[in-house]
Design a protein around this ligand. Structure first.
Ligand code: HEC
Length: 156
């Protein structure tokens, strides 16, 4: 291989690597402070448990339980918790805008699900539950790939 070909090749490889890594954003977890890491894990575990209860409540038609648990998820919003000013700054510098957007969207869906619970609307509950699951997958595949390497993106 000539010298020119060789450097063209390395440029090609370099750009391929760059575009490949661009699809899965850098994991946010290594950038979290210990406190934020702990808070986020706690929030995630309580979301996980609420989602399980909502699932059972939807299939049994226990609309009040759907509403209560969805409301609980909505209220757990990490950005609205009593974070100190410093924690908030740490969080903002640790995570990209896309992460915040997904988190907001997720909590918005939880609010809508609480409404669908109050409205005793099973079909809507099912739709929203599934959208929320999509959000878990999207956030984990994009931003938590270090901890959850098995989660594949839902994007085409
Ligand atoms: C906006 C991003 C985002 C969304 C949306 C999201 N997660 Fe997470 N999740 C994370 C991050 C970041 C971690 C890793 C936290 C850490 O290690 O500090 C995590 C970790 C977890 C964990 C592991 C907790 C532990 O004890 O280590 C569970 C369980 C979990 N998420 C469940 C869910 C479920 C269920 C949903 C959807 C209903 C969801 N997550 C939606 C960002 C998200």
């Amino acid at each position: 291989m000539t010298k020119t070909n060789c450097s063209l090749m390395s440029i090609l490889i370099l750009s391929l690597t760059v575009s490949f890594t661009a699809t899965a954003a850098e994991p946010v977890t290594p950038k979290l402070t210990d406190k934020l890491d702990r808070l986020l894990r706690e929030e995630m575990r309580s979301i996980q448990s609420a989602m399980g209860q909502i699932h059972s409540a939807i299939v049994m038609g226990h609309h009040d339980d759907v509403a209560d648990n969805a409301q609980r998820i909505h209220d757990s919003f990490i950005l609205q918790q009593s974070l100190t000013e410093q924690d908030r700054k740490d969080l903002m510098s640790a995570v990209p805008k896309g992460f915040i957007k997904l988190d907001k969207e997720f909590h918005q869906l939880a609010a809508s699900l609480a409404e669908a619970g109050k409205g005793k609307d099973t079909k809507e509950q099912h739709k929203l539950f599934s959208k929320m699951t999509g959000n878990c997958i999207q956030c984990h595949s994009e931003y938590v790939s270090d901890r959850f390497p098995g989660v594949q993106s839902l994007k085409e």
